[in-house]
Each structure stands twice: as C-alpha cells, then as structure tokens.
Design a protein around this ligand. Structure first.
Ligand code: NCD
Length: 355
C-alpha cells in the first residue's frame, strides 16, 4: 500500500488546525518504503459547533459532547429512515477493506436522504490495483462527488485523504486507528437502552487493534463514563489511546478477566479479535476464542445489561445469547442508517450538498 504522501506532509493543510503527527517510513507492501501518518495528537482547536457543517470527520476525538448530542438528536428524527432534502447529493464510497454494515448503511442513508452513491467497487477492479496512490484517487473522486466515505487498512489514511479533498471526508475505519461513525451509532444505541449519564461500560476483546474501541473510548470519556477494559495482556489498549484517555480525565480500569467487573456494568461491548491485523497467525490462534460470551458467562450480569458488538462476530458471542434480552447488537447495526443519515445531513449542509 503506497500512500505516496511525502510531499503532502510538507504542504500546509487546507484545514489549518490539522496538526500532522510525526510520520515515519515503513516498508511498503509493494516494495520500497511509504510514509506512515498516525492520528496521534490529532487536534482541531476551536472546531466545536463548526466542524460538522463542511469539514471532515476523521477521529472521534474531534467530536465534542455537543456535536455528538446534536447528531443523536437528529438521528431520532430519522428513526423511521425517511428523509429527503439532498436530492442532488452524491456520496463517494471508497472501501479499500471489506465492509458490509458500514458501506451498506452509508449507501442506504444517502439514498434515504434522496441522494445517490458512487462506489469505487472492489479493490481488484479499481485503479489502486494498478498502483494509483490514495491521494490521486481521492482528488479524482472529489471532483465527482459531494462527500467521500473512506475505509482503508492504513492508520492515518483518512487524515491524508482529507488533505487532498475539497469536500468532506468521513473516516469509515483507518487500520487500527479510528472508526468515528461506528461510535456515533454505538452512542445512539447506548443512549436508547441505558442512557449516557452515570454509565459504567465494559469493553472487551481486541483493544489493541480494534478501531471501534479506540473511537468509543474517546467519546465515552466526554460523557464521564466509567470505562473498564477487559483483554488479554497482549491486546490491551495501545499506549497512545491510554495516554489520550488519561489526558481527557477518563475513569479507566483495565482487567484480564470479565467475571469480577461484570456485575457493575450497564453496557458490555464485545469485539472481534482483528485477525487481519496480527503480524503473526500463531499469535492470533493463541488468543482466539479466549473471551467468549455465553449464557453462563452472563449469569452475574445486571438484568438490564446492554450487550453490544460492532459486528461481524466470529465466535465471541454464542448464538444462544441472541435470544436474551441483553442482546442489542442487531438493533445496534440497524441504528447505523438513521445515525449516518443525521451525519450526512449535517455535513452536507443546508443547501442539500448537491452541485
Ligand atoms: C468493525 C470494523 O470494521 O472496525 N466493523 C464495523 O464497521 N461494524 C469491527 C470489526 O471489523 O471487527
């Protein structure tokens, strides 16, 4: 994967507040080296209340509590998935990694708002397979569409894309980095089921590579939630995420076992072990299946526990659990449409976003 971003890093950003983090050279999948940009230290001063109109959504760290609440309130209005008002808008879907829910719900959301989507399609059938850089692809697609949704295996890719696009870029997952729109639908789900006040949340599984976790933790810290992170030692939260949570004054505890903390939880958010991000398959095998939820594992849970999962699940939650009142993950996935409708409506602006 060659992002060919070297010159871009020297160029002043279109978004003056985007402080590019220190970058480093790493081996490229196509040979040679590539510049790797991380989202650490991402900071957009003074963007509260302004960001969501015509800007990019790269990290959950950008979102203030007010931004989040405004989108969730608007999503309630879209709960019946009826919309309109964006009849001329076109949304570009650039997915360099597999996706079912995120891509289909963005597609559905844009169409429910009256607009349409243009999809790059499978990686093998796109110019990326001929060696086109992400920067070039983004510049081209920005000329066709009114906003871009990007998923990419490299952390920092969405932030890079934002440097080349004069239309909003929405991060739909950048490697093990961030997945802020998943966080919005996660928060919507939590608000509906448990409320966002005085909340105690357990987040379990692959905390190292799970981008949904990194985004959710950042957002939950803005609501003052008590956060418990449960994982094997080797998959604990990355140091940078822990540092950010500490800086945000988040209430955080880490555990290797669920049992002791389960009775305290209002929400348990289970994640898939991100097999595709393990450098070593053996390492994955040693951990896979260790943190599995079945009926017995939930015996000491509060009756009102909300059990969530961003999906896809592999075997982290037994099928029998789907029948329990705790199981909220399919509703969570359905919430992706109204929440993404609300986000697109906000980002495309009052003029409908069309050209
Ligand atoms: C997640 C992702 O892509 O990070 N999926 C999703 O968007 N719902 C979680 C995962 O793949 O495990």
């Amino acid at each position: 994967m060659n992002l060919r971003a070297d010159w871009a890093l020297e160029r002043p950003g279109r978004n003056a507040g985007f402080a590019l983090a220190p970058s480093r050279w790493i081996p490229s999948a196509t040979g040679g080296t590539e510049k790797h940009v991380t989202v650490e230290g991402f900071n957009i001063p003074g963007c509260a209340g302004r960001l969501m109109l015509q800007d990019h959504l790269i990290s959950a760290k950008q979102l203030t509590r007010t931004d989040i609440e405004a989108i969730l309130d608007r999503a309630v209005e879209y709960a019946d998935a009826r919309g309109g008002g964006h009849e001329n808008a076109l949304l570009g879907l650039l997915f360099f990694e597999p996706s079912t829910r995120t891509k289909m719900s963005f597609d559905t959301a844009m169409k429910r708002l009256g607009g349409d989507t243009v999809d790059m399609g499978a990686l093998e059938s796109s110019s990326a397979s001929k060696g086109e850089s992400l920067a070039d692809t983004v510049r081209v697609v920005a000329g066709y569409t009114d906003a871009i949704v990007l998923r990419h295996p490299s952390e920092g890719a969405a932030k890079l894309a934002a440097e080349f696009a004069d239309i909003p870029v929405i991060n739909a997952g950048d490697g093990a980095g961030q997945h802020p729109t998943q966080t919005l639908l996660d928060l919507f789900t939590i608000r509906e089921s448990a409320g966002l006040e005085d909340l105690t949340v357990g987040i379990m599984g692959d905390l190292k590579y799970g981008r949904t976790v990194h985004s959710l933790a950042a957002a939950l810290s803005k609501f003052g939630a008590n956060q418990h992170f449960i994982s094997p030692e080797s998959l604990r939260l990355p140091r940078g995420v822990r540092y950010d949570l500490h800086e945000a004054g988040a209430q955080v505890r880490e555990h290797t076992e669920l049992e002791a903390v389960l009775p305290e939880l209002d929400v348990l958010y289970v994640t898939r072990i991100q097999r595709e991000r393990f450098p070593d398959e053996q390492e994955y095998r040693a951990i896979a299946g260790e943190y599995r939820i079945d009926e017995a594992a939930l015996a000491k849970a509060k009756p009102a526990l909300t059990l969530m999962h961003p999906l896809p699940r592999v075997d982290e939650i037994a099928a029998a659990v789907d029948e329990l009142s705790h199981a909220t993950y399919f509703q969570q996935a359905h919430n992706g449409v109204p929440v993404r409708m609300a986000l697109l409506d906000t980002m495309l602006g009052a003029d409908g976003g069309g050209r």
